[in-house]
Design a protein around this ligand. Structure first.
Ligand SMILES: [Zn+2]
Ligand SMILES: [Zn+2]
Length: 217
């Protein structure tokens, strides 16, 4: 049986890769909010168990066994988020932390029940999906970051970065969520982007605009 923290490490590696980050020990310390010595100790165990490889330059890669566990944990995370949202009506911006705790408690039997009830469509309420393993995968499907969108064009939100609760609260206030249609009006001198969501015009700075994937609508 894997401990919670091992699953968390493996999932964080897969998710950081999906965000296009270079995964080194410092990336994991930041993503998991743990100390560098804790990361070093965990990587040693994960290497011994054949879950990851660490190159001389510090680059961390999942082995196929490590990736399988990471993706199973992500699949369960998405199922729990969908359960909280679709069955219990919890707001989309509140469910991620809850799912972080509950995903480790899902047995294969309960997972089967959830799939029966919700279907095996793996798109979570933040629009994230196991099939999108890297920014390159997303770009191949015609997606771009909102921060790169063209002025004068219409877009639909595909997904948002879900590990930052304050960011999700901000998006909720601005009416930005997966499925939202928005018109990009143009880029301002201060680097912000003017976007219209319905009749409301908002100026988004790069820290928010770089956390949203969109597709032309
Ligand atoms: Zn989540
Ligand atoms: Zn999610």
């Amino acid at each position: 049986m894997l401990t919670v923290s091992k699953e968390d490490y493996l999932k964080a590696i897969a998710e950081a890769e999906a965000e296009g980050e270079t995964v080194i020990a410092a990336t994991l310390a930041h993503w998991l909010a743990v100390s560098r010595p804790a990361v070093t100790a965990a990587l040693k165990r994960l290497k011994k168990d054949g879950m990851v490889t660490v190159k001389n330059d510090g680059l961390i890669r999942l082995t196929s066994q490590g990736r399988q566990i990471a993706e199973q944990t992500i699949f369960r995370h998405h199922l729990i988020e969908r359960m909280l949202s679709e069955i219990f009506g919890m707001p989309w911006y509140e469910i991620h932390e809850e799912a972080e705790r509950l995903e480790h408690a899902v047995s294969p039997a309960f997972e089967k029940k959830l799939v029966e009830k919700l279907g095996d469509n793996d798109i979570c309420p933040h629009g994230n999906n196991l099939a999108l393993r890297s920014p390159a995968d997303r770009r191949e499907k015609g997606q771009c970051l909102l921060g790169e969108a063209e002025g004068g064009s219409q877009y639909q939100v595909v997904s948002v970065y879900e590990r930052d609760r304050k960011l999700l609260d901000f998006f909720e206030e601005e009416g930005i969520r997966p499925g939202t249609h928005l018109a990009v009006q143009g880029r301002n001198y201060d680097g912000t982007l003017s976007i219209a969501v319905g009749k409301r015009v908002t100026r988004l700075g790069a820290p928010a605009a770089e956390k949203v994937w969109v597709a032309k609508a």
